[in-house]
Design a protein around this ligand. Structure first.
Ligand code: F6P
Length: 319
């Protein structure tokens, strides 16, 4: 009988609980034991590890956050931290490990795999900044949240005849801005992956104002600069009064949408089935709507494909 450990690590994301539920129920259903590790790699180093049963994950598929708790751990990335984690894995007799989180979580898993742990990573972050997968769990719920917020901001922006800069999360990735920009009909998006052409942005805003348009929504990814400086610059160039909203942590919370519940359930289930039969380090991803398992080194070395086609769509229809 195998003993599977499961932890969630890094920034929480809607869908983490769906993954935990799928991992627990699949493992028990296949006749093995499953252990929940509290607060990510911190809890692994501290031995905060408890056996889970079917009912431990009842009534959580619809809940945001993570019932296991999470953390960002610099200590784990040190030799001392890694040694403590390895000794806890041995003490508790964990034979297979499943880690759910973003890029940092996967890098942690790679360190464990290099030291002989059988481990598989599930991509869970609102940022959608992991190259080996078409999308990460949590991303589409965050985009839903941002899109809904922008609809409200658009009402007041339109009433007052203003412009509005909405700052969204994403670390160094512009995908939350890009996807919510397209979904909300925003006029401009500013993202770290592409240099903005301010003269062109201002020219388009002035032209549409002349045509009678009463709002201009700019979505700025947090990795692309300072939203207050951007608002000042835009208002100087266009003479349009410009307000700022920083959406912040509300983007990380809330009930996961159908995509994140389904993907989380499928990935959690497939991760268990796969790791039970394999040795080494792996990462789960989605490619062309199918769950695919990658070697962990290959997943971390992949280059992220950028959706220039979506920028073109925004430019041609948000006029
Ligand atoms: O990785 C998810 C994320 O929400 C990023 O978008 C953001 O930059 C970061 O986490 C914030 O991290 P913390 O919760 O540590 O402040």
């Amino acid at each position: 009988m195998e003993k599977i450990g499961i932890l969630t690590s890094g920034g929480d994301a809607p869908g983490m609980n769906a993954v935990i539920r799928a991992v627990v129920r699949t493992t028990i259903g296949m006749g093995h034991e499953v252990y929940g590790i509290k607060n990510g790699y911190e809890g692994l180093m501290d031995g905060e590890i408890n056996k889970l049963v079917e009912s431990s994950v009842a009534d959580i598929i619809q809940r945001g956050g993570t019932i296991l708790g999470t953390s960002r751990s610099d200590k784990f990335m040190t030799e001392e931290g890694l040694r403590r984690a390895l000794s806890m894995i041995e003490v508790f007799g964990i034979t297979k490990l499943i880690v759910a989180g973003g890029d940092g979580t996967l890098k942690g898993a790679q360190k464990l795999a290099d030291r002989g742990v059988d481990v598989i990573g599930i991509p869970l972050t609102i940022d959608n900044d992991m190259a080996h997968t078409d999308y990460t769990i949590g991303f589409f719920t965050a985009v839903d949240t941002v899109t809904e917020a922008i609809s409200k901001i658009r009402d007041t922006t339109e009433s007052h005849g203003r412009a509005h800069v909405v700052e969204v999360m994403g670390r160094n990735c512009g995908d939350i801005a890009l996807y919510s920009g397209l979904a909300s009909g925003a006029e401009t998006i500013i993202i770290p992956e592409r240099e903005p052409d301010f003269d062109d942005i201002a020219r388009r805003a002035i032209m549409s104002k002349k045509r009678g348009k009463r709002h201009h929504i700019i979505i700025m990814a947090e990795g692309a600069g300072d939203s207050h400086e951007l608002a000042e610059k835009f208002s100087e160039l266009t003479e349009i009064e410009t307000k700022v909203t920083v959406l912040g942590y509300l983007q990380r919370g809330g009930s996961p949408n159908i995509v994140d519940r389904m993907t989380g359930s499928k990935m959690g289930h497939d991760a268990v089935e796969f790791i039970l039969d394999h040795f080494g380090g792996y990462a789960v991803g989605i490619k062309n709507s199918k769950v695919k398992i990658f070697d962990i080194d290959e997943a971390l070395a992949a280059d992220k494909e950028f959706r220039d086609d979506l920028i073109e769509v925004i430019k041609s229809i948000s006029i």
